[in-house]
Design a protein around this ligand. Structure first.
Ligand code: CO
Length: 150
């Protein structure tokens, strides 16, 4: 396990569309282990694979509800709306107000390739939406109505 370098805004890798994971193998597990070390060390609410330079559909989320690994995640339904502050480990020293769904239902695979569905609300739902945007090259600063320096 190791800490990986977090790519910063301006790097084109953050603007690419990620490909689906096809092999649930040791290389994926090493990526997930390193992402866990990295997000814990950085004290982030989540991290997406492109933020460590890997263009695959892999995110981790670390919130009150627990620590989660989502492979090939897809939001299958969403409900309501919430507006609140977000930051990003790839946009240091800033935060912004972003509108997100209040609730989401997510389909995803775990690290062994088993399929699951999960429902999230509030900040958990916000973190999921933020991380999934990274997989399509979208940053919260593209959606924020207001951005401030920390
Ligand atoms: Co981010």
């Amino acid at each position: 396990m190791a800490i990986r370098n977090v790519v910063q805004v301006g790097d084109e890798v953050l603007r690419q569309k990620c490909a689906a994971v096809e092999n649930f193998d040791e290389k994926l597990w090493e990526l997930l282990d390193d992402m866990k070390d990295t997000v814990k060390m950085e004290e982030g609410a989540g991290l997406a694979a492109p933020q460590v330079g890997v263009l695959r559909r892999v995110v981790v989320v670390d919130v009150e509800e627990g620590y989660f690994e989502f492979i090939n995640p897809v939001i299958v339904s969403q409900k309501g709306e919430q507006s609140g502050w977000e930051g990003c480990l790839s946009v240091r020293g800033k935060s912004g107000i972003v509108s997100r769904p209040m609730k989401v239902k997510l389909n995803y695979y775990d690290r062994n390739g088993q399929k699951f569905q999960l429902q999230a609300k509030g900040f958990f739902a916000r973190a999921i939406c933020h991380e999934l945007d990274h997989l399509d090259g979208v940053l919260y600063i593209d959606k924020a109505t207001h951005i401030e320096k920390n």
